[in-house]
Design a protein around this ligand. Structure first.
Ligand SMILES: *Cc1c(COP(=O)(O)O)cnc(C)c1O
Length: 380
C-alpha cells in the first residue's frame, strides 16, 4: 500500500515500522553493543556503526518515530531535556546574543543565565507573548530566539509564526521548547521555527520512568545542526539504549494518551474555573485564557495536559488543598499517565511565582475520579 503520509497514531503504534529483522520479532530488540565489527578487509561491516558513542540502532529507531511525528528533517536524542537545551546553546558563539522568553521552565532560565554569563553571551529576557516587546528585542542582531510554548508553569502561548518572522529579521534562529505540547499536538517547524526541543521525560515517554531530551530541526545541513551532531558525538551526551527502548515502547501510545489527557484537562480546567475556592485557572483550552485563540490555531487535538491554578486564600490554603488530594501525587514533573500536583513556590521561591499557585499535570485516570478528588480537596 502506498500511503502518502501516515497519521501520528499509526506512526506511533508501529514505532515507525521498527521491528526486529534478526528474529522476525514484531518488537525491536535492545541493541546494547558499545562497539561494532570490521570484516577481514578491515572495512566496517556497517558504515554507520563503528562505536557506541553515538551510534546505536535502538536510539536511531526512537529518533525516527520522533522525526516523523515532528515533521522534521533530522532528530537527535539526548540524556535529558536540559542536555538537549545545553547542546543547542553551546552552538552560540562566545560574545553572541540570545533572546529568551521570560517566565519559562525555571531550570532552563537558570542554566541559560549562568551559561551566558560564563561565555560572554548577551542575554535579553522578554515577555515573548507581547509581540511589541519581542519586536523590540529582535531589533538588534541575535544568534538565537528561545521560546517555550505553552510555557511552564504560566501556560502562556507565543505566536510561533510571528516569532519566527521576528527572529529572521534579527538574523537569529527560532527554537521552541514544545514539551507541554508534544510533537503530536503542535508542529513548530511547520510554523516557521528552525529548531524544536522537548523534554521526552514528560508526555513523550509518559510513564515517568525515563529521562530524555530531543532536538529536531528543519534543515539538517545547517551549520548549527552539524555542530549539534558533532558535539553529541564528540562530547558524548548520549541516551542509553535501554532508555531509548523504553521511549520507543512509551511512544506507541502517545497520541492515544494525549487524546485522554487533553479531554480530561479541558474538563478539569472547566470544573476548577467554576469552583468558588479557585481564584484563577491558567489553561489555554479555556476561552477566558489570553492565549486561547493562538493556542487553538497552533495546536490540533487539544490544548495539552498542563495547567496552573491560583487557590483562593493564599499559601496555607493552597498547601492544604494539595495535602488533601488522594489521587494526585504531590510531585514535580508532568506528562505521565498518573496525575501530579505541585506547589511551585516551594521549589522556585524567588522568581515571582505566587504562593497560592498549584501546577497540575493531568494523567489518563478516569476524569470523574480526578474531579471528585479535586472537589473534596477544595471543599476541605
Ligand atoms: C522538564 C522540562 C525541561 C527539562 O527537561 P529534563 O528532561 O528534566 O532535563 C525543559 N523544559 C520544560 C518545559 C520542561 O517541563
Amino acid at each position: 500500500m502506498a500511503f502518502k503520509k501516515l497519521k501520528p497514531a499509526t506512526i506511533a503504534a508501529r514505532a515507525a515500522g521498527s521491528t526486529d529483522a534478526a528474529s522476525a520479532g514484531v518488537v525491536p530488540g535492545i541493541h546494547l553493543a558499545t562497539t561494532y565489527m570490521r570484516g577481514s578487509d578491515n572495512a566496517l561491516i556497517r558504515d554507520d556503526n563503528q562505536y557506541g558513542r553515538d551510534q546505536n540502532d535502538t536510539v536511531r529507531q526512537a529518533e525516527e518515530v520522533l522525526r516523523q511525528l515532528e515533521g522534521a528533517a533530522a532528530t537527535r536524542l539526548f540524556p535529558s531535556g536540559m542536555a538537549a537545551i545545553a547542546a543547542l546553546f553551546r552552538t552560540i558563539p562566545n560574545g553572541g546574543r540570545v533572546v529568551v522568553q521570560s517566565g519559562i521552565y525555571w531550570g532552563a532560565t537558570a542554566w541559560i543565565r549562568d551559561f551566558c554569563a560564563r561565555r560572554g553571551v548577551a542575554l535579553t529576557e522578554v515577555e515573548a507573548t507581547d509581540l511589541a516587546e519581542l519586536t523590540a528585542a529582535c531589533a538588534e542582531p541575535a544568534d538565537l530566539v528561545w521560546i517555550e510554548v505553552p510555557s511552564n508553569p504560566w501556560l502562556r502561548v507565543v505566536d510561533i509564526a510571528a516569532a519566527a518572522a521576528l527572529a529572521r529579521q534579527a538574523g537569529a534562529l527560532l527554537a521552541v521548547d514544545a514539551t507541554a505540547a508534544t510533537p503530536v499536538l503542535m508542529h513548530p517547524l511547520a510554523l516557521g521555527a528552525d529548531m524544536v526541543m522537548h523534554s521526552a521525560t514528560k508526555a513523550i515517554n509518559g510513564h515517568t520512568d525515563v529521562l530524555a531530551g530531543v532536538l529536531s530541526c528543519a534543515d539538517a545541513d545547517s551549520a548549527v545542526w552539524q555542530a549539534i551532531t558533532a558535539d553529541r558525538h564528540d562530547a558524548g551526551a548520549i541516551l542509553g539504549p535501554f532508555e531509548a527502548w523504553l521511549l520507543l515502547r512509551g511512544m506507541r501510545t502517545l497520541p492515544l494518551r494525549l487524546e485522554r489527557m487533553c479531554a480530561s484537562a479541558q474538563a478539569v480546567a472547566a470544573f476548577l474555573q467554576r469552583h468558588p475556592g479557585v481564584e484563577d485557572v491558567f489553561y489555554p483550552g479555556l476561552q477566558s485564557h489570553p492565549g486561547h485563540d493562538i493556542a487553538t490555531q497552533q495546536m490540533t487535538g487539544g490544548c495539552g495536559y498542563l495547567m496552573s491554578v491560583l487557590i483562593r486564600g493564599g499559601r496555607e490554603v493552597a498547601l492544604a488543598v494539595a495535602g488533601r488530594l488522594e489521587l494526585f501525587h504531590r510531585a514535580t514533573s508532568l506528562g505521565g499517565v498518573e496525575s501530579l500536583i505541585e506547589h511551585r513556590h516551594t521549589v522556585e521561591s524567588d522568581t515571582g511565582i505566587p504562593e497560592n499557585l498549584l501546577r497540575l499535570s493531568i494523567g489518563i485516570e478516569d476524569v470523574d475520579d480526578l474531579i471528585a478528588d479535586l472537589d473534596q480537596a477544595l471543599n476541605g
